[in-house]
Design a binder for this molecule. Structure first.
Ligand code: CO
Length: 211
């Protein structure tokens, strides 16, 4: 059997098991989607949103990319954000990075990863530059790497707050709260590192009027 064929086989077994436990399971899920959370995570295969939070299909709306970046020219991410915030009316947006992130590590080197990875990783280099004073104070490379993972999550949460999508929801509906988390590959524990409650004021330069 080919490896991908095993996926299809396992899918059948899973669907069968779900219906055994709860005959209405798929019927119910096919009619409603009211997740309370939007998850913006890393594409890393070791950080699956539902599994590490012990949640079920229907509970978390998910977007993942390399190093969980929020980039204002990324139409994919902005569409997911707009749909989740404006239409699904999620109450929380979580940016979840992880220690040991390959994208963050790559951005700390001078390696030429060629286009398009260089374009993507440059955004992380910008986070490093913004926090250079703190980061260069670390003599332990591993600790510096861990801290950049945390600072990257913090910056991405701040990027969310700079969008008119979030600012409009904050003004009109006092939601969603924004959370920056970091997952530990070594212990499976999520470390909350940053939070912005709905309505938090940011640098006035980024605050829109007439939302
Ligand atoms: Co990663």
């Amino acid at each position: 059997m080919k490896t991908y064929e095993k996926l299809l086989l396992e899918n059948k077994a899973w669907a069968h098991e779900k219906v055994e436990d709860d005959p209405d399971y798929f019927n119910r899920l096919s009619h409603i989607q009211t997740p309370e959370f939007l998850w913006i995570g890393c594409s890393d295969s070791r950080v699956p949103a539902n599994e590490i939070t012990n949640t079920q299909p229907g509970e978390i709306f998910v977007h993942r990319n390399v190093a969980n970046l929020v980039i204002h020219t990324d139409v994919n991410l902005l569409s997911v954000l707009d749909y989740a915030v404006t239409h699904l009316k999620v109450k929380h947006v979580i940016v979840c990075g992880h220690y040991g992130c390959g994208g963050i590590k790559a951005a700390m080197t001078n390696t030429d990863y060629k286009q398009v990875l260089n374009m993507w990783l440059r955004n992380i280099k910008d986070v490093f530059r913004l926090h250079r004073d703190e980061l260069e104070g670390f003599h332990d490379e591993e600790k510096k790497f861990d801290r950049l993972v945390e600072l990257n999550v913090q910056e991405q949460v701040m990027h969310l707050a700079k969008t008119s999508i979030i600012q409009r929801a904050w003004k009109n509906e006092q939601r969603p709260d924004l959370h920056g988390w970091v997952y530990g590959l070594k212990d499976g524990i999520i470390n909350p590192v940053f939070e912005m409650k709905a309505g938090t004021h940011i640098d006035p330069l980024y605050e829109y009027e007439d939302l």
